[in-house]
Design a protein around this ligand. Structure first.
Ligand SMILES: C[S@@+](CC[C@H](N)C(=O)[O-])C[C@H]1O[C@@H](n2cnc3c(N)ncnc32)[C@H](O)[C@@H]1O
Length: 469
């Protein structure tokens, strides 16, 4: 007979939890018999929750600790919905919405998401920035960062840089550079055993001892990169004391300028952390534990910290120690100008922020830092390629455009069969009256990608890697 989830828990894990939770342990254990919760978070760069709820008859219940988050029934319908493909919402485990919600983001902030793949928290932080400032999303794993890049691009985020560096290589050049930092640390994943039972096997190989050491190395880098007066979120999806209260105690012991501060965001079932478990200072209690027997979500831990010192308001200007090898342009390339004119694109581009790397034309976020030789996947808004004296726009360019920014826009109703055909990269029939040229194909006013019209037929330019399966 197949073992229940409870019976599959690693023995050492079960023993530790029993010791930790005492009388509460049986209730905690029973949570493994309960269903997991599926969540989605609205991408407010594109739509507000109110606008989305008006558009749909879906029954969505609010996540109490995230105003843009909702529970849904877990049906595949949500990931097969063209509105999902248009980047209107991100599918995210409800407890995982808490850390980005907790970071108080202000317009113009320079934010670092240090362990960012696959981008659940980066996409939320970008939405909070509302197109201002800069988001640097980093993950040490280049393979995991591919998913991060796709999520950033399909969410229509223009002001981000995606790096794949070891945090140790970032700490020097970005010393005291960031206003806000989120460290959603690699961890032993105990809080995810119910959702992803395969993590139990991984835990047996590398558990809390392994991860708490790694977390300390990462937070050392994070603290260095935080400006005086800046704020940092530290989060994990594990229960272990070493990786949660233990890492906070490590930060407080080693960096007297860092303090754990109260989290303003309220929500049902959020519980205080436990300084007494590590014989640590009382302020550790401000951090929040999300236990599966108290919240409608998986296990998580989140702390908000502040570094002493006054914020100087001088966002992003710092002692960067890298040379700038990607200089902006003096004027817009001819091919790009022609494309903007033909596609009736109503945006002003500052040539000094345009960079050409090989064929790739990108638009840098305002005051983007020089990156020297740091390993990167994207520098800003990747617009397209200049090839054979022509500009070929990227899917990312399309995704971040809104109807009032582009006159050549073919908008389809959700019920139009051509929407799915488009997402499957098929050719579409369009009105023969449409002048030839590049067009955005949109659904309900939200951009999906490019197409090229010629004599009543639209040649599909949807990125093949994004193809509807
Ligand atoms: C919990 S996951 C991050 C999830 C992500 N924040 C999100 O919301 O989608 C932790 C990430 O840390 C990355 N990681 C592991 N070791 C790292 C290190 N030394 N520096 C930076 N990232 C690291 C892993 O590749 C993994 O993607």
């Amino acid at each position: 007979m197949k073992k229940s989830l409870k019976e599959q828990l690693p023995e050492r894990f079960a023993e530790r939890m029993e010791r930790l939770l005492n009388d509460e342990y049986p209730v905690f254990l029973n949570s493994y018999d309960e269903n997991i919760y599926a969540g989605l978070r609205m991408n407010t760069l594109k739509i507000t929750p109110e606008e989305y709820l008006k558009m749909t008859d879906q029954a969505l219940e609010s996540v109490t600790w995230c105003p843009t988050g909702f529970y849904y029934n877990g049906s595949r319908e949500y990931s097969k919905n063209p509105l999902y493909h248009a980047g209107l919402y991100y599918i995210q485990e409800p407890s995982a919405m808490f850390p980005a919600q907790v970071l108080p983001v202000e317009a113009g902030d320079h934010i670092l998401d240090l362990c960012a793949a696959p981008g659940g928290k980066s996409t939320a932080l970008a939405a909070k920035l509302r197109g201002t400032g800069l988001l640097v999303s980093n993950d040490i794993s280049a393979s995991r960062a591919k998913a991060l890049l796709k999520n950033i691009e399909s969410s229509g985020i223009r002001n981000s840089i995606v790096l794949t560096e070891d945090p140790k290589h970032l700490a020097g050049p970005f010393e005291e550079y960031f206003d806000k930092i989120l460290i959603d640390a690699p961890c032993s994943g105990e809080g995810m055993f119910r959702k992803e039972p395969s993590m139990m096997r991984a835990w047996e190989k590398n558990g809390p001892d392994f991860f708490s050491k790694l977390q300390r190395e990462i937070v050392d880098c994070g603290v260095r990169m935080l400006k005086p007066g800046g704020m940092m979120v530290y989060s994990t999806c594990t229960f272990s004391v070493e990786e949660n209260e233990g890492t906070l105690k490590y930060i407080l012991d080693n960096y007297p300028e860092m303090h754990v501060i109260p989290i303003e965001q309220k929500g049902e079932g959020l519980m205080p952390a436990h300084p007494e478990w590590v014989d640590g200072p009382e302020e550790i209690r401000y951090a929040r534990r999300l236990w599966p027997h108290y919240v409608k979500g998986e296990g998580h831990f989140t702390a908000l910290l502040r570094k002493d010192g006054a914020e100087d308001g001088d966002k992003g200007l710092s002692k960067m120690r890298l040379s700038d090898e990607s200089k902006g342009m003096r004027e817009l390339p001819e091919e790009f100008v022609q494309f903007l004119k033909d596609g009736d694109i109503r945006l002003d581009f500052d040539p000094a922020r345009l960079i050409l790397q090989g064929d790739h034309l990108s638009y840098l976020p305002e005051n983007a830092p020089p990156l020297g030789k740091l390993r990167r996947m994207r520098t800003g808004w990747y617009l397209g390629d200049i090839k054979k004296k022509r500009f070929e726009p990227s899917g990312f360019f399309a995704r971040a455009l809104r109807p009032f920014e582009c006159g050549h826009w073919i908008d389809l109703e959700l019920s139009d069969a051509r929407v799915i055909k488009y997402l499957k990269c098929e050719t579409l029939e369009v009105s023969s009256e449409l002048p030839n040229g590049w067009y955005i194909v949109g659904v309900c006013g939200y951009s999906l990608g490019w197409g090229k019209v010629s004599g009543g037929t639209l040649k599909n330019k949807y990125p093949s890697g994004w193809r509807w399966q």
